[in-house]
Design a protein around this ligand. Structure first.
Ligand code: PMP
Length: 468
């Protein structure tokens, strides 16, 4: 059952049947629609809701891959954007426009000292490209360390640290990039049943004693091993997300990142926090993911939620690191576009005015605990994890073996959720994870609806399995 939709303005409920028919008649390029078996043709969005051409409404739990942070067509962001579109679209950053300066000041007011220099880009890949470039020219070293399973972009530079094989299509070699073991308390060898910063802990037991995290210490040993044996004595940097996103919302043991940062700095490297998914209040307790690990990076990269769907990204670093980049020898034609700056500022306002970080924490915690009840009930739900509205649900054949649930079975559950009106993301490297990362304006009532739909899809799966 759909919750009532009285809060959606009528104009957003119109169904464009004629338009739908026209699109159906055309041959849609397979490169454009590949997610669901039957392509989902969307025509409108309003806050946490999406509408297809057949008049169906969906609760969007994936937010256009963790991007629509404050809600589809958020009224205030939309109006601010329209006003700027009528004034000035483009200057390039070789000219000054007040929106650029205002946005840079506003953005850095959300970041701790000494992170005060902003470079604006158009995407997360570009932001990470620039971050790695900065680390290399500042340190005059070349090697970058990254985690297995990390995704940092699809450009040749970032594919080197994107450590999910299929994305490389067999050719991106990542010269100067070393992949280190992922400190994953669910799939890793040392468990971690009370090691992660989440309201829900993993079922995988660990041998931690009070105050000492065994799993974290083991992973730190592995990290040291990479630093001591795989790379030169000095390195350019270490890039990591505070919670790994594309790979299925993987969380590290508490305290790991802080120690890893220290080890990297001892070898002259810079620490890059990829906040493309974890930034802008998504983890609830803090505005940035790195704050949940009690660290201050040297370079922070961001995209996705920064523009609520408008293509933009940013790199923020210190004055000292930025000084290594000759001012007139770095520019980006579209980065810092006045429209993007206005969108970015309106998104920051919306996060504050609508209390979205707090909402992320409250609704996220509520959802995590509700999904954890399903984990306790269903054998195929292996792990429920995350923080705020960054949630992963890992699906297994059974909790004993933890083998990933076969693809056809996962797809069926996922398609069933869609047919019942809930869009969920997928992810994982050698694992099967559902990703729940909705616009941060989602309510507890939506959460109840989502959990109910997911429970129904799991029950249907069990019925199918019993019939076999
Ligand atoms: N970093 C992370 C953590 C991401 O999830 C992504 C995109 N999935 C990127 C970087 C690359 O961003 P973009 O697709 O905007 O280039």
């Amino acid at each position: 059952k759909m919750p009532p939709c009285d809060f959606v303005p009528e104009k957003y409920q119109s169904y464009a049947y004629d338009h739908m028919l026209k699109i159906r008649e055309r041959n849609i390029s397979p490169s454009l629609v590949t997610y669901y078996k039957k392509p989902l043709l969307l025509h409108q969005g309003y806050m946490q809701w999406l509408f297809d051409y057949e008049g169906r409404r969906y609760l969007d739990l994936f937010a256009g891959i963790v991007t629509v942070s404050v809600g589809h067509c958020h009224p205030k962001v939309t109006v601010a954007t329209q006003k700027q579109l009528a004034r000035l679209w483009h200057t390039t950053n070789i000219y000054m426009h007040p929106s650029i300066q205002e946005y840079a000041e506003k953005l850095t007011s959300f970041l701790p000292d000494p992170l005060k220099v902003v470079y604006l880009t158009n995407s997360g890949s570009e932001a990470n490209d620039l971050a790695m470039f900065l680390a290399r020219i500042y340190t005059r070293n070349f090697d970058i360390i990254c985690f297995r399973g990390g995704y940092h972009g699809g450009s040749p530079y970032t594919l080197g640290v994107t450590s999910i094989g299929p994305y490389k299509h067999g050719i991106a070699n990542g010269f100067g990039c070393s992949t280190t073991m992922l400190p994953d308390v669910f799939r890793g060898p040392w468990g971690g049943s009370h090691c992660r910063d989440s309201p829900v802990q993993t079922i995988r037991k660990c041998s931690c004693s009070e105050g000492v995290c065994h799993a974290k210490d083991q992973y730190i040993e592995q990290f040291k091993d990479t630093l001591n044996t795989c790379v030169p004595k000095t390195i350019a940097g270490f890039i990591a997300e505070p919670i790994q996103g594309v790979n299925g919302t993987v969380q590290y043991p508490k305290g790991f990142l802080k120690e890893a940062y220290q080890l990297v700095r001892e070898r002259g490297g810079l620490c890059i926090s990829d906040e493309v998914q974890t930034g802008f209040g998504r983890t609830g307790s803090h505005f940035w993911g790195f704050q949940t690990h009690d660290v201050v990076p040297d370079i922070v990269t961001m995209a996705k939620g920064i523009g609520n769907g408008f293509p933009m990204g940013a790199v923020v670093t210190t004055k000292e690191i930025a000084s290594s980049l000759a001012q007139n020898l770095h520019f980006n034609t579209f980065g810092g576009n006045p429209v993007a700056c206005v969108v970015g500022a309106a998104v920051l306002d919306a996060i504050e005015e609508d209390g979205l970080q707090k909402n992320s924490e409250e609704v996220g915690t509520y959802m995590l605990l509700e999904f954890a009840k399903l984990r306790d009930k269903f054998e195929i739900v292996g792990d429920v994890r995350g923080k705020g509205l960054m949630i992963g649900i890992e699906m297994v054949t059974n909790k004993g073996s933890c083998h990933p649930l076969p693809d056809e079975e996962i797809s069926r559950i996922w398609e069933d959720c869609k047919d019942m009106g809930v869009l969920i993301g997928r992810g994982g490297l050698c694992r099967q994870t559902f990703r729940i990362k909705p616009p941060m304006c989602i309510t507890k009532r939506d959460a109840d609806f989502a959990v109910e739909v997911f429970r129904t899809a799991l029950e249907r799966h069990m019925e199918r399995a019993a019939e076999k």
